[in-house]
Design a protein around this ligand. Structure first.
Ligand code: TXA
Ligand code: MG
Length: 334
């Protein structure tokens, strides 16, 4: 199929909404990463997302809504803790897990009785949802396993010819996927760390928020041992992997830089093309840049990417979650 490239105009958004309403697939910008959208209430449409991505179908989708009025269409119960959190963070880069309504098909939730719901901040995204007059199920618009796309050209690299249309929006300003917060238990639990951090959530709630214990396991143990059971099904897959081999270096700035020089020499002797990613302590810049950079380095034919670890606190923890996955948990402590 030919993928329609749509500039952001009112007419094009209405057209894209029409495509969604009639069962088609449209990629669209959000503040986190580009999404690959379909009518969340239409099983066949949702199945075609799995197909376009080459994604396992037990992986639940996030359902995107345009306003709080739409919440009742997808959530059968809005937990008390959701009220201050919605107030503080929606529209924005956070997904809340709640009990689903019968209208949301199991195909959308990967067989779960719960549904992940997000109201994106990006205006184009919400205009599209309004134009479709349907909640929109959307995973990140990459082929399964590849880094999430944060520009429309990165979406087209994976999806050109596989989807009906793409809205040619701006580059994503956050750059990593939304925080996923499970609100169905006694204590809210972060299943996927993101731009909205544990500290921000606890401040807004005035009470404790937990991490899924699977997020806190020792990096080298995470993949290799049988006790890695993240509660968000999507967190267990190999993710964000560029063609290049990624290695994370962790330690003092001096030690890391010295080790990087040594490794660069070593790979040069092996005639391997090496790149270094060092964001210092700037987690925000790292979040915005990382996925796009992985794709760019792949296009340049880089074979090894050496990444200076970020401090694993607040947003740094969320970005490191992606960095570690892209490296297959290959960490060198210096
Ligand atoms: O920022 C984002 O969230 C982007 C944009 C497009 O909104 N979307 C995104 O979707 O990252 P995706 O499909 O790549 O990741 C969804 C994550 C997966 O880890 C999935 O397992 C988890 O959310 N998830 C969704 N619904 C869930 C549920 N009911 N229970 C537990 N985890 C859920
Ligand atoms: Mg994804």
């Amino acid at each position: 199929m030919d993928t329609e490239r749509l500039e952001i105009t009112e007419k094009n958004i209405a057209h894209a909404g029409n495509i969604i309403r009639t069962g088609g697939l449209v990629a669209f910008p959000t503040e986190t990463v580009y999404g690959l959208g379909a009518n969340a209430l239409d099983e066949d449409a949702v199945r075609s997302i799995y197909q376009a991505k080459g994604r396992p179908s037990d992986n639940p989708m996030i359902v995107h809504i345009a306003d709080t009025a739409q919440l009742a269409d997808v959530a059968s119960e809005v937990p008390e803790a959701a009220i201050p959190l919605i107030q503080a963070f929606w529209p924005g880069p956070i997904t809340f897990i709640m009990k689903k309504t019968p209208e949301v098909p199991m195909t959308t939730t990967g067989g779960l009785e719960t549904v992940g719901i997000r109201m994106p901040e990006n205006e184009t995204a919400r205009a599209l949802i309004r134009a479709a007059r349907r909640p929109i199920a959307a995973p990140s618009a990459n082929s399964s396993g590849k880094p999430s796309p944060t520009t429309y050209s990165d979406v087209l690299e994976d999806m050109d010819g596989r989807i009906d249309a793409i809205l040619l929006g701006e580059d994503c300003k956050v750059g990593i996927e939304s925080t996923v917060l499970d609100l169905t238990g006694e204590i809210p639990m972060i299943l996927r760390p993101g731009y909205i951090t544990k500290e921000m959530l606890e401040n807004a709630l005035g009470s404790e928020v937990q991490y899924d214990p699977a997020l806190m396991m020792d990096p080298t143990a995470r993949e290799n041992q049988g006790d890695f059971h993240p509660k968000a099904p999507g967190m267990k897959y190999k993710h964000y992997a560029p063609k290049a081999q990624v290695k994370i270096l962790e330690g003092s700035d001096e030690a890391v830089q010295a080790q990087m020089e040594e490794l660069k020499r070593f790979y040069h002797y092996q005639r391997k093309k090496v790149a270094v990613l060092d964001y210092g302590r700037d987690s925000k810049a790292a979040a915005k840049d990382f996925f796009a950079r992985l794709r760019e380095l792949d296009r340049e034919g880089v074979e090894v990417i050496l990444v200076h670890a970020l401090p694993e606190e607040e947003l740094g923890f969320s970005v490191m979650n992606r960095m570690l996955k892209s490296a297959g948990y290959d960490v060198i402590h210096v």
